[in-house]
Design a protein around this ligand. Structure first.
Ligand code: CU
Length: 118
């Protein structure tokens, strides 16, 4: 019986040692994921589920031909926000690719599209 009690104790300690953290995933975006917007947005703003390190995080926005249409350098908007300026966007489909380092030092990335309407 004693060995069973020890094994149970070890198992519960092992389970408790699993780190209880979440990586930064995309909470919401402006323009919204998959949306069609008019007029063309001047910035892309991303809100994450965790605080991020803006200096080590990037956003790339590309048109349907794959050309960059952002202004190059993402900036923090405080805490869990990352933003980037955009060039004037004609109507079309645009892809946002984000890579962020959250304050727990984990890297995450993702992609979504939005459209600029006529
Ligand atoms: Cu993490």
């Amino acid at each position: 019986m004693r060995i069973l009690a020890v094994l149970t104790l070890l198992l519960s300690l092992a389970l408790a040692a699993v780190p209880a953290h979440a990586h930064a995933s995309l909470d919401r975006a402006n323009p919204r994921v998959g949306s069609t917007v008019t007029p063309a947005p001047r910035t892309v703003s991303l809100w994450f589920t965790e605080k991020i390190e803006p200096a080590l995080s990037t956003i790339e926005v590309r048109n349907a031909a794959g050309a960059r249409v952002d202004q190059g350098k993402a900036r923090g908007g405080g805490g869990n926000v990352l933003q980037i300026g955009l060039k004037p966007l004609p109507p079309g489909t645009y892809q946002v690719h984000w890579r962020v380092l959250s304050v727990d030092t984990h890297k995450t990335e993702g992609t979504f599209n939005f459209q600029v309407g006529q």
